[in-house]
Design a protein around this ligand. Structure first.
Ligand SMILES: NC(=O)c1ccc[n+]([C@@H]2O[C@H](COP(=O)([O-])OP(=O)(O)OC[C@H]3O[C@@H](n4cnc5c(N)ncnc54)[C@H](OP(=O)(O)O)[C@@H]3O)[C@@H](O)[C@H]2O)c1
Length: 389
C-alpha cells in the first residue's frame, strides 16, 4: 500500500459528485471519477484526478474489480442518478427501467462489488446519494421516490448487518431535498454553490456516519414527523404543492429507436449494430423481415428462430415482424430514430424516407454495418464446406 489515498466517485463528472471530488482532492485524496462522460472534470484541481468511462446502464464489473481490489482505494461515493418530477402516466416503461437500473439496481451492485472492502477490517469510507423523496411518499415523483426508497432502505438495512458483524465501516446515505448548482434540473455545474454541501457530506463520510439529511433540525425533522403522523394528508399536500408550483415536467421523455433487417446467420456485426443503436435510444424496436429471400437467396434460418435470436440480445427491447417499408413501421411504432447501414445513404429508397420523415421529427442515423465476420463470409464458408462434402 502506498501513501496515496484513492477515492472512487461514481457520477463525479457533474453536480454534487464533482464538488465532492474537488473537496476530496483538496484533502489530499486522488480521485478516480467514474461516469458516462468527462463532463466538467476539467474544473477539478489538475493532477488530482483521473477519469474512467463507466455507464451504470451497462454495468461492467470488470472495470470495478481492480479498483475494489486496490488497497490504496479507501473510499467509494456514488452520486450518479437520474429522475424527474412528472406524473406516472408520462413515463414510458423504458424510462422506468432506466431509472431503477441507474438509481437502484446498479448502485446496489456497486456496493456489492466493494462489499468485501466495506466489511473488511481496514477503514473504508462509503456513501451514496439517496433523496428525501426516498424517506416519504412523493406523488408526481413516484418513480424517483421508489428508486430512492430502495437505496435508503438498503443502506439502513445493510448498516445493521455491518454493525452485527462487528465492523466499524458504514455506508452513508445522503438524503437531501432539492439543491442548486448541479445539472440535475438542467442548470450548469456551480462548484461555489455546492462546496458547502460537499464539505458537510465528506466530513460525515469520513466520520463513517449512516444518515445525513441536510437541514434536518431546521426543517426536515418536522416534515418527516408530519408525514409519519398523516401520510395520506401529507401526500395530498405534496401533490398540490408540486402541481401549483409549476415544477412538473409532464412530457414523455424517451427516445424510441427502430431498425429492420433479416438477421440471417446472426454474427458479431449484427451485435455491434444493435449495441450502437441502443446507445442512441432508450427503447429499441427491431423489425425482422420475413422476406424468405436474402439478397436474392433463401435465408438459412427460419423467421421465428431469427426473431428469437434477435429478441435474446440485451440491447433489443422489442422484436416485431418488419413491414416491407420502414416508413410503414413508423405509422405503428412512432419511433424517433431510424437506424440503417451507411451503404443505404443516398439510395432512392432512403431519399424517399428522408422526405417522408422531414416533418415527423424522425432522425435517420446511418452507420457502418458490420465489423467482424459478415453474413456473406459465413454463407460462403457454408457453401464451400457443403461442396467439399
Ligand atoms: N439535485 C438535486 O436537487 C438532488 C436532490 C436530492 C438527491 N439528489 C441526488 O443526488 C445525486 C446527484 O445529483 P446531482 O444534482 O449532482 O445531478 P447531476 O448534476 O445530474 O449529476 C449526476 C451525474 O450522474 C451521471 N449519470 C447519470 N446516469 C448515469 C449512468 N447511467 N452511468 C453513469 N453515470 C450516470 C450524470 O452523467 P450525465 O450528465 O452524462 O447523465 C452526472 O454526471 C443523484 O443521485 C440525485 O438523485 C439530487
Amino acid at each position: 500500500m502506498s501513501d496515496m489515498k484513492k477515492a472512487v466517485v461514481v457520477g463525479g463528472s457533474n453536480g454534487i459528485g464533482l464538488a465532492i471530488a474537488e473537496n476530496l482532492i483538496r484533502r489530499g485524496w486522488r480521485v478516480i471519477v467514474l461516469d458516462r462522460c468527462e463532463g466538467d472534470c476539467a474544473m477539478l484541481p489538475e493532477g488530482g484526478w483521473s477519469y474512467v468511462p463507466f455507464d451504470l446502464l451497462e454495468f461492467d464489473g470488470d472495470v470495478l474489480a481492480p479498483l475494489a481490489a486496490d488497497p490504496d482505494v479507501g473510499l467509494l461515493m456514488v452520486t450518479a442518478g437520474v429522475g424527474r418530477v412528472a406524473d406516472f402516466e408520462y413515463f414510458h416503461t423504458a424510462e422506468i427501467e432506466r431509472t431503477l437500473t441507474v438509481d437502484t439496481v446498479s448502485t446496489l451492485k456497486l456496493f456489492r462489488v466493494f462489499y468485501d472492502r466495506i466489511r473488511g477490517g481496514e477503514p473504508f469510507y462509503a456513501g451514496v446519494m439517496g433523496s428525501i423523496a426516498g424517506w416519504m411518499s412523493s406523488p408526481s415523483a413516484a418513480l424517483y421516490a421508489a428508486a430512492k426508497a430502495g437505496v435508503v432502505r438498503f443502506v439502513e438495512s445493510v448498516n445493521i448487518e455491518l454493525e452485527a458483524a462487528g465492523v466499524e465501516n458504514r455506508i452513508l446515505d445522503v438524503s437531501p431535498a432539492s439543491f442548486k448548482g448541479s445539472r440535475f434540473y438542467g442548470a450548469e455545474n456551480d462548484l461555489a454553490q455546492l462546496s458547502g454541501l460537499a464539505e458537510d457530506i465528506v466530513t460525515r463520510l469520513l466520520a463513517r456516519e449512516t444518515r445525513f439529511i441536510p437541514q434536518y433540525e431546521e426543517t426536515f425533522r418536522a416534515v418527516l414527523e408530519r408525514y409519519h403522523d398523516d401520510p395520506h394528508g401529507y401526500g395530498l399536500h405534496s401533490y398540490r404543492y408540486k402541481h401549483e408550483s409549476g415544477r412538473l415536467d409532464n412530457q414523455k421523455r424517451v427516445v424510441i429507436g427502430y431498425l429492420s433487417g433479416t438477421f440471417d446467420l446472426f454474427h458479431v456485426g449484427h451485435l455491434n449494430l444493435l449495441r450502437r443503436a441502443k446507445r442512441q435510444c432508450d427503447y429499441l424496436i427491431v423489425g425482422v423481415h420475413d422476406s424468405g429471400k436474402w439478397k436474392g437467396k433463401e435465408t438459412f434460418i427460419p423467421l421465428d428462430e431469427r426473431k428469437a435470436i434477435v429478441g435474446a440480445c440485451r440491447y433489443v427491447d422489442r422484436v416485431v415482424d418488419a413491414c416491407v417499408e420502414d416508413s410503414d413501421a413508423w405509422d405503428i411504432y412512432h419511433y424517433d430514430r431510424l437506424f440503417v447501414g451507411s451503404d443505404y445513404q443516398g439510395t432512392e429508397r432512403f431519399r424517399r424516407y428522408e422526405a417522408y420523415f422531414a416533418d415527423k421529427g424522425v432522425k435517420i442515423v446511418y452507420f457502418p454495418y458490420t465489423q467482424g465476420t459478415s453474413s456473406t463470409q459465413i454463407r460462403n464458408l457454408i457453401v464451400k464446406r457443403t461442396k467439399e462434402g
